[in-house]
Design a protein around this ligand. Structure first.
Ligand code: CO8
Length: 258
């Protein structure tokens, strides 16, 4: 259905695999368009979590497609960067949680794709980096925005100014990833995490994502009020009523997303 993506649904968990074998899954305009269409098509009522990974055992995404970017002028570069940044923002603001299962190189746009996800886990052979300055450009899919938010400004500046690749254990140490697992176990671990999220009350999980994202840029008082409002809205759901009843009566209840 998509030329550059493999997609599947495993229960309430969707998996999107970037698949461009000739370029270690580099992101061309066509790949980004496929992603945008796929994200638009996701039914976030029945799907409760999305896992993003790369095809093969060597690369998650080796960056934006350098061949496609090479001839751009300033206006073309601006448009190209904005197009990718828009797709990544769709991921960041997707109503449901998104897990990056990073299975190898996550460089440039690949690292930026992982950072747009809510949670990152990676295989022990993963390599992260923002090597753009070695190509005469800077991160253009919001890497200068998200990297410092994730790992702090000093480390973000070091990574971006040097363009160095870092290994999985260093990515874990600086907080760029949540966990490192053996490559053979990566997808199982990602699916376990996704299933755990999918078993919780979907409207509450979505409200938590909305709050954490929105409150990040708010003054504390505004953020606290935003959470209080969202917290209150949870009590208007069937899942809160039935979920708490099940706890109190030692019964079982499967969350319905209502
Ligand atoms: N774009 C296009 N093709 C690529 C890319 C890429 N990003 N990465 C790898 N490939 C291709 C190679 O050209 C090669 O093709 P071919 O077989 O035809 O020669 C094939 O994939 C296999 O790659 P290698 O032979 O190089 O494999 P190695 O194992 O030797 O090396 C590396 C793997 C280290 C990942 C190496 O391929 C590499 O350094 N790739 C480029 C990584 C990089 O610099 N990424 C950042 C790109 S810039 C970016 O992402 C900016 C994002 C913001 C854009 C804003 C737009 C304005």
């Amino acid at each position: 259905m998509y030329e550059h993506l493999k997609t599947e649904l495993r229960g309430a968990v969707a998996v999107m695999t970037v698949s461009v074998p000739k370029s270690l899954n580099a992101l061309s305009g066509a790949v980004l368009r496929d992603m945008e269409h796929y994200l638009q098509s996701l039914d976030c009522h029945s799907v409760r979590c999305l896992v993003i990974t790369g095809d093969g055992d060597k690369s998650f995404v080796a960056g934006a497609d350098i061949g496609e970017m090479a001839p751009l002028d300033a206006a073309g570069g601006t448009a190209w960067g904005a197009g990718g940044a828009r797709v990544f923002r769709m991921i960041e603001t997707l109503p449901i949680p998104v897990i990056a299962a990073v299975n190898g190189y996550a460089l440039g746009g690949g690292c930026e794709l992982a950072m747009a996800c809510d949670i990152r886990i990676c295989s022990d052979n993963a390599r992260f980096g923002q090597p753009e300055v070695g190509l005469g450009i800077i991160p253009g899919f919001s890497g200068t925005v998200r990297l410092s938010r994730l790992v702090g400004m000093g480390m973000a500046k070091q990574l971006i100014y040097t363009g160095s690749h870092i290994k999985a254990d260093e990515a874990l140490r600086i907080g760029l990833v949540n966990a490192v697992v053996p490559q053979a176990e990566l997808m199982d671990k990602a699916m376990e995490l996704a299933a755990r999220i999918a078993a919780n009350a979907p409207l509450a999980v979505q409200a938590a994502k909305r709050c954490i994202n929105a409150e990040y840029d708010m003054p504390a008082d505004e953020a606290i009020a935003f959470e209080a409002e969202a917290f209150g809205q949870c009590f208007a759901t069937q899942d809160q009523k039935e979920g708490m009843k099940a706890f109190l009566t030692k019964g079982k209840y499967e969350f319905q997303g209502k």
